[in-house]
Design a binder for this molecule. Structure first.
Ligand SMILES: Nc1ncnc2c1ncn2[C@@H]1O[C@H](COP(=O)(O)OP(=O)(O)OP(=O)(O)O)[C@@H](O)[C@H]1O
Ligand SMILES: Cc1ncsc1CCO
Ligand SMILES: [Mg+2]
Length: 542
């Protein structure tokens, strides 16, 4: 069979492994069940099989694939692929060089290559369109399938970097599948987050091994994956993800409504936060009418996530054991409860960059909030931070807007950048994703974005953990909201409310000490004592 190359369907790419078959199942029966339920391409990968057995298996699987009109790719063994006239071959970086592979298999076969770094894309560009038809990008997450992995997991952001490299080098002929540790609990998120920065391309498919090969019912497993691919919508939080259009109206009425919901629903905000922030953050949370719980125990994250109107604040200011934070992120994502992430001192040290990146790769966040230094470095715009405080420099407003949008887009989140002006961008794209064609030409400049101002309030920067407590405020409003509210509007309201409390507190404070106390009072009394006082302004960028 000759497949028209740019019509090959890479969407659900099964890689076989006979070493993990469950009792009573064969390689043949698993592949057959998978093909019946939506697998669109098969790679025979039998690292330990002897040649004769491998060929026998290949011939059997080939007949099966032909029945379903699905291409069969052979891993590594060019000789086997040629001997049985398979549809293509897949080789890794340490296998036979691509030009030799192409010379041996001829122009019509599908050639796939494993790619782990953006630099490898330069090589693809040099070879041009006649060499590699698709690349397997990975590994995305840790996996047991690779015995001695040479690469460390790249996460969705690593995949996005490779998609960027493909775009930058004009490698438009090459299709992509993501591979490594992909399972039903993370596939929607990978599809949602893996896009090139220009919005023009997303991955063409996902590649799975164990989820199908080790499944007791490979048919159900394949069907489940097929449904995720076709769904096009990732409902990661129990709120209304449609794109908000009403953020340029009077926000004081929204804020009042959100605070009433907090009062009624009494959200429980789990804080995994730095030691400096703990007491202040707990008091700010209580002042708003929500309940804080400072908990860093792995055993209870599930119970806490299941409490009605739970929300999680992850603040990496003083470092909590990674496994605890990851377990908490997983637990809240699993029940679709909001998570606010505050990457404190993101680029101050290499340790912090690695830690924050690891956590950012481990889940889906409803909001990512940072000061200018954190957001600029997260967006890849600037060098090292000196510590946990924002940059001293006065940054151009346009640069901060761009950085905030970049973070929002990359992490598919509502991003907040704080300072005298606060910038908020909505990168959630209504929770939608699609294979291959990126974000359907929606680009950074299209993301809804607002700038919140309320005059200069230097005292807000003069107390420690004021940014951290904005995180508590955002988490309280997100947690307390009814499910028909929109996360972007909730975050905008939280930022405005906090800014206004800061302004009112600063009017009656003698210095930073009394300011801390007054800030708590003002949040406590907002909309209770004098609902008419509301000064913050909002500038809508689109
Ligand atoms: N000069 C200022 N004028 C008005 N508001 C400010 C000013 N500086 C900071 N803020 C407000 O104070 C809060 C904290 O912002 P900042 O950028 O200082 O955060 P941060 O550095 O993360 O704080 P921390 O790490 O101490 O918790 C935000 O709500 C921000 O809007
Ligand atoms: C001072 C400090 N150090 C680590 S976290 C933190 C709180 C403000 O970000
Ligand atoms: Mg901060």
């Amino acid at each position: 069979m000759v497949f028209i190359k740019n019509e090959v369907d890479y969407s659900l790419y099964l890689v076989t492994d006979s070493t993990m078959l469950p009792e009573g199942k064969t390689l043949y029966s698993q592949v057959e069940d998978a093909l019946e339920n939506g697998v669109s391409i098969v790679q025979l990968r039998e690292k330990d099989a002897e040649t004769k057995i491998f060929i026998q298996e290949a011939i059997e699987i080939q007949k099966l694939c032909q029945k379903f009109d699905v291409p069969l790719i052979i891993n590594d063994r060019i000789d086997v692929a040629l001997a049985i006239d398979a549809d293509g071959v897949h080789v890794g970086q340490d296998d036979m060089p691509i030009p030799m592979v192409r010379k041996l298999v001829g122009p019509n076969k599908i050639v796939g290559w494993s790619v782990g770094y953006p630099q490898e894309v330069e090589q693809l560009a040099q070879w041009g369109p006649d060499y590699v038809d698709y690349i397997g990008i990975g590994m995305v997450f840790p996996t047991d399938t690779k015995k001695n992995p040479k690469k460390s997991p790249m996460g969705p952001r690593g995949v996005a970097r490779i998609l960027d490299a493909l775009e930058n080098h004009g490698v438009d002929w090459c299709r992509t599948v993501a591979i490594g540790g992909l399972h039903p609990d993370n596939i929607s998120r990978v599809l949602y987050q893996c896009n090139s920065g220009n919005g023009r391309r997303s991955i063409d498919g996902i590649s799975v091994v164990s989820d199908i090969m080790a499944a007791k019912n490979a048919g159900t497993a394949a069907k489940n994956l097929r449904d995720l691919l076709d769904k096009g919508y990732y409902s990661f939080v129990n709120l209304q993800l449609s794109i908000s259009t009403i953020y340029d109206v009077d926000f004081s009425s929204h804020t009042k409504r959100f605070l009433e919901q907090v009062a009624k629903n009494r959200p429980l905000v789990q804080h995994i936060t730095n030691k400096v922030h703990q007491n202040f953050g707990a008091n700010i949370t209580l002042a708003l009418g929500s309940s804080p719980i400072m908990s860093e125990i792995k055993e209870e994250v599930n119970d806490l996530a299941h409490v009605p109107h739970s929300a999680l604040l992850v603040n990496t200011g003083s470092v909590t054991p990674l496994d605890v934070v990851k377990a908490a992120i997983e637990a809240y994502n699993c029940v679709r409860r909001p998570i606010v992430f505050d990457p404190v001192g993101y680029s101050a040290t290499t340790t912090r960059i690695v830690l924050n990146n690891t956590l950012l790769a481990s889940g889906q966040f409803t909001c990512v909030k940072g000061n200018t230094g954190e957001i600029l470095s997260l967006a890849g715009f600037s060098g090292k931070m000196r510590g946990v405080d924002a940059h001293d420099g006065n940054f151009d407003k346009d640069i901060l807007i761009q950085a905030t949008r970049e973070v929002a887009f990359r992490f598919r989140t509502v991003a907040v950048c704080t300072g005298e002006l606060d910038f908020i961008a909505d990168g959630t794209l209504g929770g939608t994703y699609s294979l291959s064609d990126g974000t359907r030409d929606r680009v950074l400049e299209d993301l809804p974005c607002v700038v919140v101002s309320n005059g200069s309030i230097p005292l807000m920067g003069d107390i420690t953990a004021s940014g951290c407590s904005l995180g508590s405020t955002i988490a309280s409003l997100l947690g307390g909201a009814n499910s028909d509210e929109n996360p972007f509007e909730l975050v905008v309201a939280a930022v405005m409310l906090y800014k206004e409390a800061g302004r009112l507190a600063s009017l009656i404070s003698e210095g930073s000490g009394s300011f801390s106390v007054q800030l708590i009072d003002k949040l406590h009394n907002c909309f209770r004592s004098n609902p008419r006082i509301w000064a913050p302004k909002i500038e809508t960028l689109n």
